[in-house]
Design a protein. Structure first.
Length: 509
């Protein structure tokens, strides 16, 4: 049946307007736009809405944001581009962190470097006693820190096994330094704020224990006086740490002398000087004693050579001033970036109070400027758990959940929620409700070893920062008595030490 298209009605002069003086455009009939070829067919069956495939919203952005949040650090961490951190660099890094903490915690009105310049250019006749006292104590502490880390490296070297690691001339260790703001260093309940620094990659030189062989201990000796003269040098060289023995040339000369034949010694000594000790030239001439004593002298000389080579190789090159300055800039830049983040920054308004410096070291650690505080172990050791790696959910776990939901077609409310992520707490409270901030400084060598341990699925062992983890396992210790082993374990116990100086903040200049 053909469709009849209606024509437009004639326009009238007084057509209705839209209220603004403009004439309305009449609507055309809908039937005019419908043609026989485009008419909908009634035989086409529509798909129910329940059977339509609904495309879920894209989750790429959410997953990327989740990955960023998982990778986001929980505390500032700076990686120093050196294989290991020496004692001088560690001391400067602690001083750098202390200067930032004093300013960010409102203990000084200006940065410490600026206060030093102001005190040198001050023209006011009235001295500022508080500022002078703080700068003087800060300078004394900076001086003490250099020898402190040297003594700490010496104490930590006794906590490691060195007999089976001759190929490595140094070893990396962990140490922790805490800056506590409060009226007392012995009570953590009165502290107002704390900052804990972890130094991962502290260089600890190896020490070999000189163990005489059985031939030397029991076999006959060619010349007892010669052995007695050479043995004190060996004991002194064993006590020397970080530098070659002063009598190295003398010992080599004595070793060469012991390898010479008795007749040559007699002729040389009689021709050169007659004032030498006659005990040096009085050797038994029988072949039996000479053959029995040769292996002992060779073994002794070999042990002396090994000890001398290790002492010579233990002398590591000093880190230059440029390396130390670069490490300080790296730490300062890391703290500045973290301070821009409200979750990582440590800037707070804290009333001026006393500042106490704590360090975690073995019980055998000895330094005149540090006092042992064993009572702080219960309060301070739990804070170190923050540096442990958290257990995070892997992406495969989320994919397995999504596949399970597709199979069962019954998603639960817990599956709809995003995975729980570990985020840094803005108000991180430690024991006693004290806000605690954390900072990590690690060397490149420590970071590489940690990455390799993660890839292998193994944890770092024999860390100097874990209580009771550092033990001596060489054969010499196995031969010791139970009393010596117990004394050694007591010396390896990690406790906290406090600096005996005084630091107190101020606000007025």
């Amino acid at each position: 049946m053909p469709l009849i298209v209606a024509s437009d009605p004639p326009r009238k002069e007084n057509s209705p307007s839209n209220g603004k003086g403009k004439a309305r455009t009449p609507l055309r009939p809908v039937l005019a736009s419908i043609t026989p070829g485009t008419a909908p067919s009634l035989s086409v069956k529509r798909t129910p809405l329940g059977e339509k495939k609904v495309t879920p919203p894209s989750t790429k952005t959410k997953n990327s944001e989740a990955d960023v949040e998982e990778a986001k650090p929980r505390f500032p961490s700076a990686t120093i581009e050196v294989d290991s951190i020496g004692d001088a660099m560690a001391a400067r890094l602690v001083s750098c962190l202390l200067g930032h903490v004093l300013f960010l915690k409102s203990q000084v009105p200006f940065p410490v470097a600026q206060l030093i310049k102001m005190s040198s250019k001050r023209t006011n006749e009235r001295p500022n006693k508080k500022m002078d006292a703080l700068l003087s104590s800060f300078d004394v502490l900076s001086t003490h820190l250099g020898s402190t880390f040297s003594a700490l490296a010496l104490a930590l070297s006794s906590c490691h096994s060195t007999s089976n690691q001759t190929s490595h001339k140094s070893r990396l260790a962990k140490t922790h330094v805490a800056i506590v703001l409060g009226p007392s260093a012995t009570s953590m309940s009165a502290a107002r704020a704390r900052v804990v620094l972890e130094i991962d990659g502290l260089r600890v030189a190896l020490r070999r224990t000189f163990v005489p062989s059985s031939n030397v201990a029991m076999g006959p000796v060619i010349n007892e006086n010669l052995k007695e003269n050479a043995q004190p040098h060996i004991s002194r060289s064993k006590e020397t740490f970080g530098r070659p023995p002063a009598s190295l040339i003398e010992r080599r000369g004595l070793r060469d002398l012991s390898h010479r034949s008795p007749m040559e010694d007699v002729s040389d000594v009689s021709s050169e000087s007659g004032d030498h000790d006659h005990s040096i030239v009085e050797f038994p001439l029988d072949s039996d004693s000479e053959s029995d004593s040769d292996p002992s002298s060779d073994d002794d000389s070999d042990e002396e050579v090994d000890l001398s080579e290790e002492e010579e190789a233990s002398v590591t090159p000093m880190q230059t001033e440029a390396d130390i300055n670069a490490a300080e800039r790296n730490l300062s830049r890391t703290l500045a970036i973290a301070n821009a983040d409200p979750e990582l920054g440590m800037a707070t308004e804290t009333r001026p109070t006393q500042i106490h410096i704590l360090i975690r070291a073995p019980r055998r650690f000895s330094h005149p400027a540090w006092v042992p505080r064993q009572n702080l172990t219960r309060d301070m050791d739990p804070l170190l758990r923050e540096f442990e790696e958290p257990v995070v959910s892997t992406p495969n776990a989320g994919e397995d959940k999504a596949a399970l939901n597709d199979i069962t077609n019954s998603p639960t409310q817990s599956d709809k929620l995003p995975p729980k992520l570990t985020k840094p707490d803005v108000k991180r409270k430690g024991p006693g409700g004290v806000k605690t901030d954390y900072v990590r400084v690690q060397s490149r060598g420590a970071a590489e070893s940690l990455d390799s341990a993660r890839a292998a699925g193994a944890d770092k062992t024999c860390s100097a920062s874990e209580p009771g983890a550092s033990k001596i396992t060489d054969e010499a210790v196995d031969r010791r008595s139970n009393e010596d082993a117990a004394e050694n374990e007591e010396g390896n116990e990690m406790i906290w030490w406090s600096w005996d100086g005084k630091l107190e903040g101020f606000t007025e200049i």
